[in-house]
Design a protein around this ligand. Structure first.
Ligand SMILES: [Zn+2]
Length: 82
């Protein structure tokens, strides 16, 4: 399994451990999200993984309003979306 396989899996399972370790850009909505966002992507082909929100922005994605990936996602154990 690759690193991105594991990341995809943690999105699917809402793994709280994944919060703050990466964000993902969804090409379907042009937004980047915390791994715990409740707007989960359905198609992995639409998803790009980034180590930081900064990197996602450089690729043209904007922060999601629902999960505030710039802020809340980086708090360890953030679980208010569960
Ligand atoms: Zn989101």
């Amino acid at each position: 399994m690759t690193k991105n396989d594991l990341r995809w899996q943690s999105i699917q399972t809402c793994d709280t451990q994944a919060a703050g370790t990466f964000v993902y850009g969804n090409m379907a909505d042009d937004l980047y999200h915390s791994p715990l966002c409740r707007n989960r992507p359905t198609d992995r082909d639409d998803v790009q993984f980034f180590d930081t929100p900064d990197e996602a922005r450089k690729h043209g994605f904007k922060a999601c309003n629902a999960c505030s990936p710039d802020h809340a996602a980086w708090l360890v154990g953030a679980s208010r979306w569960m």
